[in-house]
Each structure stands twice: as structure tokens, then as C-alpha cells.
Write a protein that binds this ligand. Structure first.
Ligand code: HEM
Length: 415
């Protein structure tokens, strides 16, 4: 059995928080491998990156998710009892519920709602002189996804609910008050959505057919049981929260248009080019650093032993920037996706493998649709300036974003 390179430090949790997205990649480069062992949160952990690694990581015969996610992540970002921590038949059943919502027409409908919100907001941006795109896009997504999901939302609630969902996204890696805001935000949101589910179940709030609320409130598990109210709330939040988080990708897309202005013309009126651009945004910019799992039963792979129960991290960012998969990985080149046939283990910003049978993100098609709408709006329905500001992305900060949130100025409608 080959010996696995190992970090010397007794625990590397602080190094991971300090080094951020490059924590695994830098060590792999240093050791000249795509696998090494370290200790995180005082537990031995195997870190992997690259395509072959992604292919085993997303093999449900080899890995399980139960007990893989750290508590601080569950208490802020994902919740307890949701689809992310399920395995086997329970996971298939719950995941089928999510995927039933993601029909092509439903995805388009959400795109249209976002588009309508965007266009309705442009006059306010014209009047404002300058706005922070990150702050502006999130409420549009909150409104669109709540309307789409069948969750009532008064105008007066939009800002608060948006802020709370953001706090959950920043919670897992934050320390002190920012982390606690994430926990409180999750508790409040689960209470709110638990009530919404209850009202749908008793018929006070009829859920539109095919809506996320309808699918989740009425879902019955393998034993014919409705989901407990809190779990239903966790799952409804699993639709709302990540949709609002698409705001970060929208900021990255706007940044890419700013840094590579030749793409403004290329994407205009060209759906294929827009898709290539959006895929490159998802590959290039940092979002989720890693995915976590545990070894189901001991096995050997590429001469290395994986003992049962061992925690394993797959470097999503590092796989998206792996030289063997992506020539010149540190260059933003949307043309690399022209004619791309897809590869479930190469482009993994939202996880890899299969949507239905594995833990790949349920909202990938939604993300692509919303990003395409945003790129089209940024290039065809308005023009704007990007004043001097700090747009540097610090890969040590998770989740990453340009510090300015991307300020745009002198917005004018063009369509
Ligand atoms: C903002 C962009 C998004 C990113 C970067 C993202 C990323 C991810 C990642 C990395 C995973 C975990 C994969 C794994 O465990 O191996 C995941 C899972 C998931 N995502 Fe997303 N996601 C996004 C948007 C969405 C949207 C829009 C939705 C729903 C509307 C969504 C719903 C889910 C669900 C339900 C899961 C759990 C799937 C499972 O465990 O089977 N995500 N996402």
C-alpha cells in the first residue's frame, strides 16, 4: 500500500480557515499528488481533488453523507435532517421530490420571474446614480423564488428575509457574531417556513400545482408519512436560500463582463455563447470550496487505503481549476465550453455525479438559467459604468466576493 502524504500539523482547521480555497490545492501541488491526509476539527481527514477522485467520491457504494457535515455548517447553511445528510433509499426518495420541481418549464418560469423583477428595478438604479449589485440582486431573487415556490412574501418582508438568508450562507465559515447571526437566521427561517407548510397542509394557503411548496408539503416518504413540519421547512429553505445565493454568481458574472469586455458583444443575442460564458463563470470563480462525505466500507484506491468511517473532502474549487482537466485553468476562457459535451466529474462547482441518484446540486439548472438571464440583462437591457473600486477576490475568504460587492453607476435602460 502506498503511503499517503500527510500534513505534519496536529490539526489544520485554522490553516483551512486562513488559506481558504487553495488549502487543498496548494498541498496537492506541494506533495505532487491529488490525495493527502490531514486532521480537521481534530479528526483524520483525507483530501482529494481531480476527476478520478470526483468519480469515486460520487459513488454511493463507497461514500455516505450521514455524519459528514460539521455541526456549525448544519446549524447555519444546510439545516439538520435535510436531503444533504441522507443516504440510500431515504436520499433517493427525498431527492426525487426536489427533482420533480425542476422541470424545464418550471426552471424557465423562475427565470422569467427574475427577469421581470430585474427589469422593474432598473428605473430605481437609474435614479440612484450608483448601486451595489450584490445588494440589489439578492432581493430580486428572494421575490422571484418566493413567488415561484408558492411562499407568500409581503413587500415589507423582502429586505429582512433576504438578509437572514444571506446570514445563513456566510455562517459556516464565520466566527463570532456573524456565525451566530447565521444560526439565529436559520431558526427563524425554519419557524417561518414551518408555518407556511402547515397552512398549505390545512388548505388555508393553497400551494400552486407543481410548486416547491406543494411538492414539499404534500411529499410522503417510503412509509407514506408526510415530512415532519421542521424537516419540510428545512427542505423548503433548501430551495429558497441557495436561489438567493445565486446573487454571488451574478456578481462574478458582472465582474467577468467588466474584466473581459469583448464577451459583452459575444454573448449579446447568442444563447450558446451566453451558456459558455455562464459555465466558465461557474468553473472559474470561487463558491463552494469542498464537499464532505464518509467512507461507507473500507476500500483501496490507487494504492491508498480508505478506512470505514474516515471523513473525506473533495476539493470542488481545485477540481474546477485542475490542469489535467482545464488547460490554462487560471485564465477565464468561456470558449473552452464551445461544443462541450458535459462531464459530471470535471465541472463540479455544484457537486458532481448524478442529480437523481447522488448528491449533485438539485438547483444546477436553475442556477444556469438565472445566470443566463442576468448576463442578458447586463448586456442588452441596460448599460452602466463600473467606477474604480476594490474588485480583488481574496481566495482566503470563504465564501469569496469582491469587497465592493460590485458598484455600478450611471445605469441607463437600453431596451
Ligand atoms: C448558488 C449557486 C449554487 C451553488 C454554488 C450550489 C452548490 C451546491 C453544492 C456544492 C452542493 C453539494 C454537493 C455535494 O454534497 O456533493 C449542493 C447541493 C444542493 N443544492 Fe445547490 N448550489 C447552488 C444553487 C442551488 C439552488 C438554486 C438550489 C435549489 C433551488 C439548490 C439546491 C440544492 C440541494 C437541495 C442540494 C442537496 C442535494 C443532495 O444532497 O442530494 N442549490 N449545491
Amino acid at each position: 500500500m502506498a503511503s499517503m502524504p500527510a500534513d505534519r500539523s496536529p490539526d489544520s482547521t485554522l490553516a483551512l480557515l486562513r488559506e481558504g480555497y487553495r488549502f487543498i490545492g496548494d498541498r496537492c501541488d506541494r506533495y505532487g499528488t491529488d490525495i493527502f491526509q490531514t486532521r480537521l476539527l481534530l479528526e483524520p481527514t483525507i483530501c482529494l481533488r481531480g476527476r478520478p477522485a470526483a468519480a469515486i467520491f460520487y459513488d454511493p457504494e463507497r461514500f455516505v453523507r450521514a455524519g459528514a457535515a460539521p455541526k456549525r455548517m448544519q446549524r447555519t447553511l444546510t439545516g439538520v435532517g435535510g436531503v444533504q445528510g441522507l443516504d440510500g433509499a431515504a436520499h433517493h426518495d427525498r431527492k426525487a421530490m426536489f427533482m420533480s420541481i425542476m422541470t424545464p418549464s418550471a426552471v424557465r418560469q423562475l427565470g422569467q420571474l427574475f427577469d421581470d423583477e430585474w427589469r422593474a428595478r432598473v428605473p430605481a438604479w437609474e435614479r440612484a446614480g450608483r448601486v451595489v449589485l450584490h445588494d440589489e440582486v439578492a432581493p430580486l431573487l428572494t421575490r422571484a423564488v418566493c413567488a415561484w415556490a408558492g411562499v407568500p412574501l409581503a413587500d415589507t418582508e423582502v429586505a429582512r428575509r433576504t438578509a437572514v438568508m444571506r446570514s445563513m450562507i456566510e455562517g459556516p465559515t464565520a466566527l463570532g457574531p456573524r456565525h451566530w447571526r447565521g444560526r439565529v437566521g436559520r431558526r427563524r427561517s425554519e419557524r417561518w417556513l414551518g408555518e407556511v407548510v402547515e397552512r398549505a397542509r390545512v388548505g388555508v394557503l393553497p400551494a400552486p400545482p407543481g410548486s416547491a411548496l406543494g411538492a414539499i408539503a404534500e411529499h410522503r416518504d417510503g412509509r407514506g408519512q408526510l415530512l415532519p413540519r421542521r424537516i419540510a421547512a428545512v427542505e423548503l429553505l433548501n430551495v429558497l436560500r441557495p436561489t438567493v445565493a445565486v446573487d454571488r454568481f451574478v456578481v462574478f458574472a458582472a465582474l467577468a463582463l467588466h474584466d473581459h469586455p469583448q464577451w459583452r458583444d459575444q454573448v449579446r443575442g447568442d444563447d450558446d455563447a451566453t451558456e459558455c460564458f455562464v459555465q466558465e463563470v461557474r468553473r472559474y470563480y470561487p463558491f463552494f470550496p469542498v464537499a464532505a462525505a464518509r467512507v461507507r466500507r473500507s476500500f483501496d484506491w490507487q494504492g491508498h487505503h480508505f478506512p470505514q468511517g474516515r471523513r473525506v473532502l473533495l476539493d470542488l474549487y481545485g477540481t474546477n481549476h485542475h490542469e489535467a482537466l482545464w488547460p490554462e485553468p487560471e485564465r477565464f476562457r468561456p470558449e473552452r465550453f464551445a461544443g462541450w459535451r458535459g462531464d459530471p466529474y470535471a465541472l463540479v462547482p455544484q457537486g458532481g455525479g448524478e442529480h437523481l441518484t447522488g448528491h449533485r446540486c438539485a438547483g444546477e439548472w436553475i442556477t444556469i438559467e438565472l445566470l443566463k438571464r442576468a448576463v442578458t440583462n447586463l448586456t442588452t437591457t441596460m448599460r452602466y459604468e463600473v467606477p474604480p473600486q476594490d474588485l480583488a477576490i481574496d481566495l482566503r475568504r470563504m465564501p469569496a466576493l469582491p469587497p465592493s460587492g460590485l458598484v455600478i453607476a450611471d445605469v441607463r435602460r437600453t431596451a
